[in-house]
Write a protein that binds this ligand. Structure first.
Ligand code: PAF
Length: 289
């Protein structure tokens, strides 16, 4: 496993492999790796001849006053964890390597990137789409791996790749959870112990919503009201958003139909913003148990 910090060096290392017909898998991360990231790495290693993991805390996807400075970093620890996998390259550029000058070119996926989390964090998905495009251009992967936990990010990237005919396969990997259901996130380490214990309420509410939908509930507002009530039982949770959308398009729904839906939640615990999601399938119309 080779650590590389410069774009030119990574391109030079990958070129002969690509010429030899080897497939390249890309796992873009912001570091502080946990088992959720490692599930992406494992899948990439199983499906490609060569694997590049990138570690870059991308400043352009953080708004003013967001947690860019507080975002946890531990490249040495990340390298130690990655050494257990057949990863070929860890690309960990400095901010000046990725952004030598203020960017004038950007990739915006609209309106998909402006709704939901995009409404709470204006410019966030433009920063994500732009840096992911840049990483695609640097690595030119055959496949790139993203977690389902960041469901809207995955939808934005899929749409960007489709709309711009980017020659890369997007592979979605299921959310990895703690034993109590909390979705793994690099931000979890910043939770105070009482908030860490409280945060499980999000997974509980999502499970409750999915169970209601699975049992045949068709009214999104009924599902959301029950989930809101569950989250309200936890005084440490400051609910920021709770939505039920079509899982493929993220469009709002008047009624839950045959297509899979997704419930999406964001909540603050102390100063830490957690996000989670769950896809649910409605019971088929006309089918009685
Ligand atoms: O999901 C993340 O860690 C980041 O948004 C990504 C995709 C690495 C882009 O900076």
């Amino acid at each position: 496993m080779q650590r590389i910090e410069e774009i030119a060096a990574l391109r030079a290392a990958l070129a002969p492999m690509r010429r030899a017909g080897e497939t390249i898998g890309l796992v873009p991360t912001m570091g502080y790796l946990h088992d959720g990231h490692l599930a992406l790495v494992e899948r990439a290693c199983a499906e490609n001849d060569r694997v590049v993991v990138t570690i870059f805390v991308n400043p352009t996807q953080f708004g003013p006053g967001e947690d860019l400075d507080a975002y946890p970093r531990d490249v040495a620890g990340d390298l130690k964890q990655l050494a257990a996998y057949p990863v070929d390259f860890v690309f960990a550029p400095a901010v000046g390597e990725m952004y030598p000058e203020p960017m004038q070119a950007h990739v915006a996926v609209e309106p998909l990137g402006d709704i939901l989390i995009g409404e709470q964090r204006p410019g966030h998905f433009r920063g994500v789409a732009t840096v992911v495009t840049k990483l695609f251009n640097i690595v030119q992967p055959d496949r790139a791996y993203f977690g389902e936990k960041d469901f809207q990010q995955l939808a934005v990237i899929r749409r960007m790749v489709a709309d711009l005919a980017m020659p890369v396969g997007i592979v979605a990997v299921p959310t990895v959870r703690e034993a109590d259901g909390l979705a793994l996130s690099s931000r979890n380490v910043r939770l105070a112990p009482a908030d860490r214990a409280a945060a499980v309420v999000l997974a509980r509410a999502l499970e409750e919503g999915a169970a209601m939908i699975g049992a045949g509930e068709r009214d999104p507002e009924t599902v959301l009201a029950a989930m809101r009530a569950t989250i309200a039982t936890e005084p440490r949770a400051a609910l920021r958003s709770l939505d039920l959308r079509d899982a493929a398009t993220l469009a709002p729904l008047d009624r839950i139909g045959e297509r899979p839906v997704v419930t999406l939640v964001t909540a603050l615990f102390g100063e830490v913003l957690l996000i989670d999601q769950r896809v649910a399938e409605g019971k088929e119309q006309g089918v009685t148990p």
